[in-house]
Design a protein around this ligand. Structure first.
Ligand SMILES: [Zn+2]
Ligand SMILES: [Zn+2]
Length: 363
């Protein structure tokens, strides 16, 4: 089928709105009519070259939609099902998958079409890559069945889409990766879509204190609505000193959600003894972090986080149930809706810090 898509052909250029060809599903594949797709910072990092991706590519990796057709071996979803797609597709057989860490799957190639097979996406015979093995900025997506999870039909597509990346990453960073404990203190550096999700995850975990750190006062005011108990704008004060003072000596958990080496260092220095710093943001290749080793004597830890250490086929339905109960606020995270043709405006609004999320919607 032919569908409209936003294609990235060159770095630092507006996306090109084109008709692309989507192939018929193979035995393990699912054809999904896209209903909504969030615009994430990683899409923009890719446009700017901070994340490498083969070109041309259909960007977008935070989608939700309706299953149009499934291959003969697909059992987890059926035609008409509502689904979220997540980039953490998994082979199910490698050591990481078998040990319960499918987000770190070492053989995701098993979920791609074999080398030399007809491409999932193309245009006039030219191969087009689905970004993150998804390609959500298009009217339809052809996906591996282990990249999708069925969701209840009463959940609106725009909020469901957020669970494909931002919410899974941020809430998962708090609940799965760091395992924030009840009564603990938490600092979150960065209050965009993922930062807000970390704040909500910490709140759900029962943290007593959640300190949001951001340079934008509008984002800090927003963070308070999602569960932050305190805010710091480091334009005015020293973030580390202020966190230490507010928390009575340091926080138990600190999250870096921006992707800047300096902020990871600050997150680490903000910790109480035995505290854990988690790097959620994507620090650009070639940059390094330097830490004063003496802090490790206080048994402080630093750890990475890949997509919220998710098992999205289990996590996503849980997060949506928390949403339904009013314990995870997804409605307020959707700041704007836009058609796919306006994706560049969505990037601009994100860079300007005007939105938590723009969600592209499709008829
Ligand atoms: Zn993302
Ligand atoms: Zn695997």
């Amino acid at each position: 089928m032919k569908v409209k898509a936003a294609v990235m052909r060159e770095l630092n250029k507006p996306l090109s709105i084109e008709d692309v060809d989507v192939a018929e599903p193979g035995p393990d594949e699912v054809l999904v009519k896209t209903k909504a797709c969030g615009v994430c910072h990683s899409d923009l990092h890719t446009v700017h070259g901070g994340i490498a991706a083969p070109l041309p590519t259909v960007l977008g990796h935070e989608p939700a939609g309706v299953v149009l057709k499934v291959g003969e071996r697909v059992r987890n979803v059926a035609e008409g099902d509502h689904v979220i797609a997540c980039t953490s597709m998994f082979c199910g057989a490698c050591p990481q998958c078998v040990q319960g860490h499918p987000h770190l799957c070492s053989d995701r190639g098993a979920c791609r079409r074999p080398e030399g097979a007809a491409p999932r996406l193309s245009r006039g015979g030219e191969l087009i890559h689905p970004y993150a093995d998804l390609g959500g900025f298009a009217e339809a997506m052809l996906l591996h069945s282990r990249a999708v999870v069925k969701i209840p039909k009463d959940i609106p597509f725009d909020v469901a889409a957020l669970v494909g990346c931002a919410v899974t990453t941020g809430v998962g960073a708090a609940l799965n990766t760091a395992q924030v404990t009840p009564g603990s203190s938490v600092a979150v550096f960065g209050a965009g879509g993922v930062g807000i999700s970390v704040i909500q995850g910490a709140r759900i975990a029962g943290a007593r204190q959640i300190i949001a750190v951001d340079l934008a006062d509008n984002k800090l005011a927003n963070a308070l609505k999602f569960g932050a108990t305190d805010t710091i704008n480091p334009a005015n004060v020293d973030a580390v000193k202020t966190i230490k003072k507010m928390s009575g000596g340091g926080v138990d958990f600190a999250f870096e959600v921006v992707g800047l080496p300096k902020l990871l260092e600050q997150a680490f220095y903000s910790l109480a003894p035995r505290g854990t710093a988690v790097l959620v943001g994507a620090i650009a290749a070639g940059q390094t972090v330097s830490l004063i080793p003496g802090h490790f004597f206080l048994e402080k830890r630093i750890m990475g986080c890949m997509m919220g250490s998710n098992r999205f086929t289990v996590d996503a339905p849980r997060y949506l149930e928390l949403y339904r109960q009013g314990r995870l606020d997804l409605d307020a995270m959707v700041t704007r809706h836009a058609p796919v043709d306006d994706v560049d405006e969505a990037f601009r609004a994100m860079e300007a810090g005007e939105v938590t999320r723009t969600v592209l919607t499709f008829d």
